[in-house]
Design a protein around this ligand. Sequence first.
Ligand code: NAD
Length: 476
Amino acid sequence: MRIIDKIYINGQFVTPQGTEVQTLINPSTKQIIGQVTLANAKDVQDAVSAAKQAFKTFKHTTVEQRANMLQRLHDAVLARKDELSEAFVEEYGSAAAAAPNFTDLAVNSFIWAKETLESFAFTKQIGTANVRLEPLGVIGIITPWNANYTYIASKLATAIAAGCTTVIKPSELSAIQTQLITECLHAADIPAGVINIVTGTGQEVGAELTRNPDIAKISFTGSTDVGKIIQRGAADTMKRVTLELGGKSPNIVLDDADLNQAIPLALMLCYGNNGQSCMAASRLIVPEHRLEEVKAIVSAFVPNIKVGDPQDLSTQIGPMVSQKQYDRVQRYIQSGIDEGAELVAGGLGHPEGLEYGYFVKPTVFANVKPAMTIAQEEIFGPVLSILTYQFEEEAIEIANDTVYGLAAYISTPDLEKANRIAAQIEAGVVMINGVMVDMNAPFGGFKQSGIGREFGVYGLEEHLEPKSISGYLIQD
Ligand code: NAD
């Protein structure tokens, strides 16, 4: 039983003024594994004051100083990477075989930000103007539960590279992971006030960050609904926002694809991270005349996917994170059935023998029509909707026919054709044959999947304010 009763302000672990206590539940067993005392709005104000004070000197640090800090942060997180992965398995239900990949992303994000920082020009000459790119100020960072410490690390790394200080509000469902990564960050000996971490609810702590006049920008990853609340709230103080939101990503399988490769890949692109992934390829768009072949491969493959104890290294899909998330997935499966989609695999309820945790059956629907709820809304669970097309143009039309535009996938051996189709897809990231995107390339969504981009130069620039100076030539 873990008791987490401290938050992190101005370089110190302090007792929050908030008194609300929330229990932490292992989603694989529904057992209580800890409790966290939640911060309140007053705690946020203290954290913002510390970050604002720290910014006065931090904004003047050199590239070399910040690069050294990023290296120390990398080393400190790397030193406890196994513990982080274990916490991700226990508290979130990540499959143990997959968890180290998320931890590696957290660890490496500091090095990627360091590399970007070291090759970035903070001053430019444009015509007769000298343009300085100056750090924005205090960044409010808000993360979801589906890879909490990975988002903390990557968002923090970019803020530090830019010379910004931070107040971080992690998901309140991830307090054990947050406690661990906070200890790592503390060990990196970063100047007091640069990193502040206040675990609390969205309504209390997230809302205070959004309205606080001393926060210059909100860097948010989470649902589109909450993204809209944040954008509305941020308008009053004209905060900058980066919003990484939901998705309903299409996976177009072209006529010439080898289905024996493309369909198992499609299933795992949907089911990765227990299906609780913003990039989940949750709409599979296949040629109509090959639907029966697709269904046959699905029917043979899905029963062999291992669902269950996430500690078991052979497990591929762990539990949903919470009862709320379990219920949400069940509601969507029911809506697929009610609206007349054909259930090819999975369905309602727990997999047999797994009633003791928030496990769901990996599910596949065929004959899904574009207007159906399961073709339009983000489920955030292992539920795949198969749609069909007759012509390539129709496949592209179906792919673009949602309010989302985060990721898209194309399967074909014809890379020229894939590239041509990629140019017509409304999504921030398009992956051909499952090749993952470079971590220094811009990441973010078209349409209601978000605003702005993260990672690499694009992410760094979103933490900087350009200033044009004329009449004087800057020499630095
Ligand atoms: P969520 O939107 O419910 O919560 C995200 C964070 O926002 C949490 O820390 C929460 O406490 C906070 N929050 C809630 N209400 C708030 C408010 N009124 N003001 C400020 N903050 C508030 O999302 P979730 O359920 O934690 O995560 C799942 C969602 O995140 C999915 O929609 C998924 O697609 C999205 N997501 C997007 C990406 C991406 O990169 N685009 C990555 C991961 C997850």
